[in-house]
Design a protein around this ligand. Structure first.
Ligand code: SF4
Length: 227
């Protein structure tokens, strides 16, 4: 198996160095032109690909212009406008309700604190972290999506299973000025090489320091199951 660095902190730094070299242009892939569009795109992206969300929001953001348009939309009409997205009915409800709160409690502006954001419908800590980072330039945590969750466990950076606990571990070992970048690097590598079902360990820049590396390791540390 690959040999991880002696400490999880050194392991995290080595992973970042390698992935930075591999993905120098790493960035958020959702498309948006203001904070509300960002919030809506992130709500829609739960258990859905960014590519699909970008396709759907292209027409959505032309039709709906601002929180009032969403808050006053008919549920059925908004759901139909989102119907290529997973869980579109629930997401339409979340968006209408979140926009009502934004109008009633926040003067029509997307709030800029974790507490206020996570009070909005459909917004958990992951979504709030994305909106804070990319909408408000506030980095107070690490976005733990499915790629970050999987790669962090495969690479031995955490043994935790749940995103909030994984985030706590990562915040201890990833340098603070790399919190935002770390997510994008994991997403890029998770899409390109370290995929959920069939990671290409033979062509992976992290193989020599990855304790899950196929061929060497019997176990996928992300799931705890044999490869
Ligand atoms: S592709 Fe394989 S070697 Fe690379 S990080 Fe994923 S599990 Fe480890």
């Amino acid at each position: 198996m690959g040999t991880p660095r002696e400490t999880t902190q050194a392991q995290a730094e080595a992973v970042i160095d390698r992935l930075e070299a591999e993905y120098p242009e790493s960035a958020i892939s959702l498309r948006y032109s203001n904070r509300l569009e960002l919030l809506i795109a992130v709500i829609l992206s739960a258990q859905c690909t960014d590519e699909r969300v970008n396709q759907e929001t292209e027409h959505l953001f032309e039709k709906y212009d601002g929180a009032e348009d969403y808050a006053t939309a008919e549920q059925d009409e908004l759901a139909t406008d989102l119907n290529s997205i997973t869980y579109y009915n629930n997401k339409a409800k979340y968006i209408r309700s979140a926009c009502e709160s934004i109008l009633e409690d926040h003067d029509g502006e997307v709030p800029d604190t974790m507490a206020e954001l996570t009070d909005l419908s459909g917004v958990g800590r992951k979504t709030a972290n994305v909106v804070l980072q990319h909408g408000h330039d506030i980095v107070e945590g690490i976005v733990v999506d499915t790629h970050v969750q999987r790669l962090s466990r495969r690479l031995g950076l955490t043994e935790e299973e749940y995103p909030d606990r994984i985030e706590e571990d990562l915040m201890e070992i990833v340098p603070e000025d790399g919190w935002q970048e770390f997510t994008h690097l994991c997403i890029d590598h998770g899409r390109a090489t370290c995929t959920a079902q069939n990671p290409d360990c033979g062509d992976c820049v992290l193989a020599d320091l990855c304790p899950s590396s196929k061929g060497d390791s019997e176990i996928d540390l992300a799931s705890g199951d044999p490869w």
